[in-house]
Design a binder for this molecule. Structure first.
Ligand SMILES: C[S@@+](CC[C@H](N)C(=O)[O-])C[C@H]1O[C@@H](n2cnc3c(N)ncnc32)[C@H](O)[C@@H]1O
Length: 478
């Protein structure tokens, strides 16, 4: 069977994508101000750039605002020959994205319509987007992954996200801070001793053990975990490929930390050497520092959290500090769908509206002051001029941001009643022929998008069905 993206179930997913952008992005941006990065596709002659024709063109986004990536040279040439005005780039996404920051590129919509599984490479793509700020302050990220039983590498990755996204109740930790009211007035000094002590190490072991005991069943948990993985990766912000953003309570400078990790990895007399070396070798990054950040991000994050909490920083303040330095992309709206394509592949597609809340976070720049002494790190919460309380009274936007930040803080490890802001995955149907039970009625996918009367896919489908009828007629005549 010839592979083709003229596919009713995929077309339904495109319609959902167009509606999501219309509902969530167009209220903030004019179509001619929206820039897109996508894989337009050109599987067969006459099927070029379906994503552009079905999603962006009907929304009024001009072709010159669209960067179309295509790593297959033949398909790339087909797209170029079409002369639509799209900026067509013949490159694999990660190589292109690795350089995008130096070229000062930024998009409002990034649509990664893959034909493969969620795997370490996919994680790196999102790391580059969030670390290098490749999406604008308000943007839509679309991911589409193959949902079939896959390689053990990919299963391990999805399983790890499932386990570590399970929150641990605060009362399981040994630090003394009770969870405080989010709106409580701050104004205190905390002292964080450098390095780990026994209680931190115990808490760290407890976290790792608790999480490793979380059951993971690929069939039941995969689809939900993909949504959580994308959301979690986007929320890493500048921390995705740079651990120094979250390294305030270490007596080592970021450069010294890097050297100590590299020494540990390569020292085969150390018990942890082998697994660490394997993690490091599997990690993606443009430099040893990026690879270390990516391979050991959970450890860095846990040490940041536990070091801070043990030193007496209240959870909310700790997260606020983290967010000011990490600059996460916060998930604001989410939809998830699955469908079975015409070649029988189950696909998992997620749409997320992300915002950085850059201006709001800027107001908290001096809220937590850190003074590093030779023995410990002293943190003063509440900067004199921009005191938290005064800011609250003065600025309604900050007030709005505080519960929002509190909600996000809870999404990490700190509360047991956490629910992720992700939506349930909805089944759109199947276009696989053998699967006639769930065939999609033609009227569902043939709905013409505004303002064009007939969709591009519909035109191709009509043309194909006319040809088929002609052939049948000819055969009958004979
Ligand atoms: C699923 S198809 C795109 C379909 C299209 N978006 C549509 O709606 O019909 C993916 C296309 O992107 C290309 N592609 C897949 N992964 C890619 C990557 N990582 N970088 C660049 N191109 C990629 C494939 O060769 C293929 O032509």
């Amino acid at each position: 069977m010839v592979k083709s993206y003229v596919d009713p179930a995929k077309q339904l997913a495109r319609i959902k994508q167009r509606e999501f952008i219309q509902k969530n992005l167009l209220p903030f941006k004019r179509p001619d101000q929206i820039y897109v990065l996508c894989f337009p596709g050109a599987e067969n002659e006459g099927e070029e750039a379906l994503e552009y024709f079905e999603i962006y063109k009907p929304l009024g986004i001009p072709p010159q605002n669209i960067t179309g990536l295509e790593m297959d040279p033949e398909k790339c040439q087909r797209l170029r020959d079409l002369n639509l005005g799209l900026n067509v780039v013949c490159q694999e996404d990660i190589h292109f994205l690795e350089q995008a920051k130096t070229l000062r590129m930024e998009w409002d919509i990034i649509s990664l319509d893959y034909t493969w599984y969620f795997q370490p490479k996919s994680m790196y793509t999102i790391d580059l987007i969030t670390n290098d700020r490749l999406m604008s302050n308000t943007g839509v990220l679309v991911t589409n992954y193959l949902g079939r039983r896959d390689s053990s590498e990919s299963q391990d990755l999805v399983g790890r996200f499932h386990k570590t996204s399970n929150p641990i109740p605060l009362n399981m930790f040994s630090f003394q801070n009770a969870p405080h009211e989010i709106l409580e007035t701050p104004g205190y000094t905390a002292k964080v001793t450098y390095g780990t002590n026994n209680t931190i190490t115990q808490d760290l072991q407890m976290m790792v053990e608790t999480q490793s005991n979380v059951p993971f069943n690929l069939k039941d948990n995969k689809s939900e975990t993909i949504s959580i993985a994308v959301q979690t990766l986007m929320s890493s912000g500048k921390f995705a490929l740079d651990f120094s953003a979250l390294h305030p309570w270490s007596h080592l400078s970021p450069e010294e930390t890097l050297v100590s990790y590299l020494d540990l990895i390569h020292d085969d007399t150390q018990p942890e050497h082998e697994t660490m070396l394997e993690d490091y070798n599997c990690a993606y990054g443009r430099s040893p520092k990026e690879k270390i950040s990516s391979a050991f991000r959970e450890t860095f994050m846990n040490l940041f959290l536990l070091g801070g909490l043990h030193g007496g920083i209240k959870p909310f303040d700790l997260f606020l500090y983290g967010f000011v330095h990490m600059r996460p992309y916060f998930l604001e709206a989410h939809e998830a769908y699955r469908y079975i394509s015409n070649n029988g592949s189950p696909m998992l597609i997620d749409f997320g509206l992300f915002k950085t809340h850059e201006n709001r976070l800027n107001r908290f720049q001096n809220y937590l002051l850190i003074n590093q002494t030779p023995e410990q790190c002293i943190i003063r919460v509440e900067a004199h001029e921009t005191s938290f309380e005064r800011m609250m009274k003065r600025d309604a936007i900050v007030q709005e941001m505080v519960p929002e930040l509190g909600r996000k803080a809870k999404m990490f490890y700190l509360e047991s009643d956490t629910t992720h802001a992700t939506s349930e995955r909805i089944f759109l149907g199947s276009s696989a022929r053998a699967d006639s039970r769930i065939e999609i009625p033609a009227t569902d996918y043939a709905l013409p998008p505004p303002p064009s009367k007939v969709t591009y896919t519909q035109r191709v489908l009509n043309k194909k069905s006319r040809k088929k009828k002609k052939r049948k007629k000819k055969k009958n005549r004979r």
